[in-house]
Design a protein around this ligand. Structure first.
Ligand code: ADP
Length: 168
């Protein structure tokens, strides 16, 4: 069975992420989308919320599951018998960082391949942080988020805006 893991912060999942997940699901028997715990970032959604939003958005894909992990991805892949790491490549800026990560992961686990899927042109410049920033300043971001999560996203963004207003 060919299995792959697609790691990221997914804070929250965007249509760019979903496009990569759908394409990976066609290439592999099973794809695990893995929310990586990154202590450097202060996320908009908790780990559990990010997993729930991913599950809602991928419910139509029977061979996709969602997990979370706080250690080294190479170890996660080894322990879960995943042979491939999936990464989405946007504009050139992703390349250097991802190339370095692929080298490191291969060194840590020589059986592990990194597979890069190029971003769909309409999502080339899309990131979770861009969506959050646009929405914070009042832009409509419904073209960029999976339909299933738009309500949750707007609700949380309103809470954040109200908190800021109460505690400027
Ligand atoms: P970000 O916070 O920048 O959206 P994540 O850590 O959640 O990034 O991204 C996880 C993976 O998804 C990375 O491999 C990243 O390059 C990829 N990715 C993010 N956004 C897109 C997109 N719009 N199109 C294709 N791949 C993407």
């Amino acid at each position: 069975m060919k299995t792959a893991v697609y790691p990221g912060s997914f804070d929250p999942i965007t249509k760019g992420h979903l496009n990569i997940i759908e394409r990976a699901a066609r290439l592999f028997d099973h794809v695990t989308v893995c929310v990586m715990v990154n202590s450097d970032k202060s996320p908009m959604f908790t780990l559990q919320e990010r997993k729930d939003l991913l599950r809602k958005s991928t419910a139509h894909l029977p061979n996709v599951s969602v997990d979370a992990f706080g250690g080294l991805l190479a170890n996660y892949a080894r322990d879960h018998e995943c042979c491939t790491i999936i990464k989405g490549l946007r504009a050139g800026s992703d390349f250097e960082k991802e190339f370095q990560m692929a080298m490191i992961n291969r060194k840590l686990n020589p059986n592990l391949e990194s597979l890069f899927l190029t971003a769909e042109h309409q999502y080339m410049y899309l990131s979770s942080s861009a969506v959050k920033e646009m929405s914070y300043y009042g832009a409509d971001v419904s073209d960029f988020l999976p339909e299933e999560i738009i309500e949750d996203f707007i609700k949380r963004m309103n809470q954040i805006a109200n908190n800021k207003e109460a505690n400027p």
